[in-house]
Design a protein around this ligand. Structure first.
Ligand code: PMP
Length: 354
């Protein structure tokens, strides 16, 4: 830290993204990217947009916003477009939390929430997941703060039904409830259809996972126009050109071929369920994940050992050092071949440890 660094950030511990090593080619199952590349039309649209990079991008993101509105049966005023859903989550901490309105989220969830809270000087309260690693709506009925729920949750992959989230929304009419649906398209129920019913609901989604656009950095928020206007106030006060022209064009092309994305999501969900059974057959305890990753622990071999040995064998998965989940690993769902390789090597590791 330099002597110039503001003391308000002195204790900030930045988010640590999953490792992206360049020393060798790994089978990358550690950052929940989509197993498939985007539709070819996406690269074409981005390349075409590159020809006008001397001009600013559209701060209103109008073409994309209209397409997205059509896709979800909304109006453009019910949407905000952002540079990856991380950005809209940060905006939500800025817009809807303060010293008197803490953020409330599970103790085991997306690791960026506490970072955003600290970045914005916002107090936060963590509600422990139940013993079975589930989020229970009952625990959020008197939240007394802005609720952040990842649904499906990360890194467990466990989803809450929409009815349970409605209970949280109804019980907290004076607080915003943010539902982070980064992984919803792999098998959970979206709350987007509820935004007209609940003025306190903000749903965030991303193109990074189900639409194969992690490197494009594209996400969005869906909410009633009043909440969207608050988020736009923050967006126009930080960076009105938060989306570059190539990503805006890529996103629009992506939506024009959404059946391609839907098909890939279905394939990934099928691979996930088959891999889950295969891991269970190897003795793993595996959560009922509805996301594009699995969360698993073995009763005999530590999570760290499995992570380390798989890395030596050229396969990257995600290990967390957090106390409650240190025995577990998160494994992104790749192609059938990648999962077969992971299972094969895991079986060898287990045999070597016995
Ligand atoms: N929410 C959750 C639960 C995530 O795991 C991620 C991805 N790390 C995000 C939001 C943000 O994704 P992006 O910024 O790529 O949209």
């Amino acid at each position: 830290m330099s002597r110039f660094f503001s003391e308000k950030y002195a204790k900030l511990e930045p988010y640590v993204p999953g490792e992206q090593p360049k020393d060798q080619r790994y089978i990358k199952l550690n950052t929940n990217e989509n197993a498939f590349p985007p539709h070819p039309a996406v690269a074409e649209a981005a390349a075409k947009a590159a020809k006008t990079l001397h001009l600013y991008s559209d701060p209103e993101c109008l073409e994309l916003r209209k397409k997205l509105a059509e896709r979800y049966g909304l109006t453009p005023e019910e949407l905000v477009i952002v540079n990856g859903s991380d950005e809209v989550l940060n905006f939500a901490f800025m817009a809807f939390c303060d010293r008197n309105t803490p953020a409330v989220f599970p103790d085991i969830t997306y690791g960026f929430y506490p970072v955003f809270a600290k970045l914005n000087g916002v107090p936060y309260r963590e509600i422990p997941l139940r013993e079975d690693l589930t989020v229970r709506a009952e625990d959020y009925l008197q939240a007394e703060g802005t609720v952040f729920i990842a649904n499906p949750n990360a890194p467990t992959g466990i989803a809450l039904e929409r009815d349970r989230i409605e209970e949280i929304l109804r019980a907290n009419p004076d607080h915003v409830v943010v539902v982070d649906e980064a992984y919803v398209d792999f098998g959970a129920e979206s709350c987007i259809p509820l935004i007209r019913k609940y003025g306190n609901l903000l749903v965030t989604q991303t193109f990074s996972k189900s639409r194969s656009l992690a490197g494009g950095r594209l996400g969005f928020g869906a909410a009633c126009p009043e909440l969207i206007r608050d988020l736009e106030t923050i967006r126009y006060s930080t960076n009105p050109y938060n989306l570059d022209s190539m990503t805006l064009a890529a996103g629009a092309a992506c939506l024009e071929h959404d059946e391609y994305n839907t098909r890939n999501c279905r394939t990934i969900a099928e691979t996930r369920d088959r891999t889950r059974e295969a891991l269970a057959a190897l003795g793993f305890e595996v959560t009922d994940s509805k996301a594009n990753f699995l969360f698993a622990r073995h009763p005999e071999v530590s999570g760290e050992e499995i992570y380390r040995q798989l890395k030596e064998r050229g396969i990257l998965i995600r290990h967390f050092r957090t106390e409650r989940i240190r025995d577990w690993n998160r494994i992104s769902v790749g192609t059938e071949e990648q999962m077969a390789a992971m299972l094969r090597e895991t079986e060898k590791i287990l045999a070597g440890c016995r």
